[in-house]
Design a protein around this ligand. Structure first.
Ligand code: CP
Ligand code: NVA
Length: 306
């Protein structure tokens, strides 16, 4: 494993390595406190962040390494300087680069030209660190993930795309419900269905929330307007009417259904405050696991590089 750009690129062995390492790191933090000793990681953020920034900074620190935060005004990737020049320059200073950006091509280009591992900390297309943490979290709660039906209700966005690939590869059934015009990319759905079929898992895309939520073991949602789409927020609130995770929708899922959200959440838009407060909401477990899973990703990238 050279980089973590998209779940699409990972083999099942790599995914399982990350999960088993994350479990060990979570259980025994001290054992890994020198793994990144003498190593520096550049963290480039062209969008805001709470979880990704803090979990990477703290995680790198806990592994004995150091990180450098580069905000959106610092590098101005592709404008002040080409992606190629940034990749080559940073490769002379640091041992790995994490990038949160808009267009996915910036992450791919950075990985193509950098001589050090590159991690996608969210692009408009994918959020692989999030999906890995999400499935790791479900594995902690449910012993047989192959029997779990995840229902993602909302925008067919970066988080949804990464879940599609990860569920497909692990044989987890996934229902997606989005309003017309907001379904995930057809090609991603087609590929995920093809992979899932081999493992007898089913991926279905619906245009109404109830069909997708019926009998679900997990109800998952994300904001209706992602970072960069703020101007569309009012329109989206109207378009996504009927796609809120609320008590009514929860009542048609399984009794012990888990509630997931990658956060940040817009309470009483895509999910009600009351549902977020139920005992089965595991959103802060998801957030915590970003730390453990990303530490595992870093350890694996450095180990595989040797
Ligand atoms: N879930 C997530 O990536 O959160 P941040 O945008 O706060 O990093
Ligand atoms: N889909 C959201 C995820 C935030 C973690 C966004 O891209 O803004």
């Amino acid at each position: 494993m050279k980089d973590l750009i998209a779940i699409r690129d990972l083999t099942n062995n790599e995914i399982n390595d990350i999960f088993s390492l994350a479990q060990k790191v979570k259980k025994n933090k001290n054992k890994y406190s020198k793994v990144l000793s003498g190593k520096s990681v550049a963290l480039i953020f062209q969008k805001p962040s709470l979880r990704t920034r803090v979990s990477f900074e703290v995680g790198i620190d806990q592994l004995g390494g150091s990180s450098i935060y580069l905000g959106h005004k610092e590098i101005n990737l592709g404008v002040r300087e080409s992606v190629f020049d940034v990749a080559k320059t940073l490769s002379r200073y640091v041992d790995a680069i994490m990038l949160r950006t808009f267009e996915h091509k910036y992450v791919s280009e950075l990985a193509e030209h950098a001589d050090v591992p590159v991690i996608n900390g969210l692009s408009d297309l994918f959020h692989p660190c999030q999906a890995l943490s999400d499935i790791f979290t479900i594995k902690e709660k449910r012993s047989n993930i192959k029997k779990v039906l995840i229902s993602y209700i909302g925008d067919g966005n970066n988080v949804c795309n990464s879940l599609l690939y990860l569920c497909a590869k692990l044989g987890i059934s996934l229902n997606i419900a989005s309003p017309q015009g907001y379904s995930p990319d057809n090609e991603i759905v087609r590929k995920a269905k093809e992979i899932a079929r081999e493992l007898s898992a089913v991926i279905n895309v619906f245009t109404d929330a109830k069909s997708a939520a019926a009998g679900a073991d997990v109800l998952y949602t994300d904001v209706w307007a992602s970072m960069g789409q703020e101007a569309e927020r009012e329109k989206r609130i109207l378009d996504f009417k009927g796609f809120q995770i609320n008590d009514q929708l929860l009542s048609i899922a399984k009794k012990d259904c888990l509630i997931m959200h990658c956060l940040p959440a817009h309470r009483d838009e895509e999910i009600t405050d009351s549902v977020l407060k139920t005992n089965n909401a595991i959103v802060f477990d998801q957030a915590e696991n970003r730390l453990h899973v990303q530490k595992a990703v870093l350890i694996k990238l450095f180990k595989d590089k040797k």
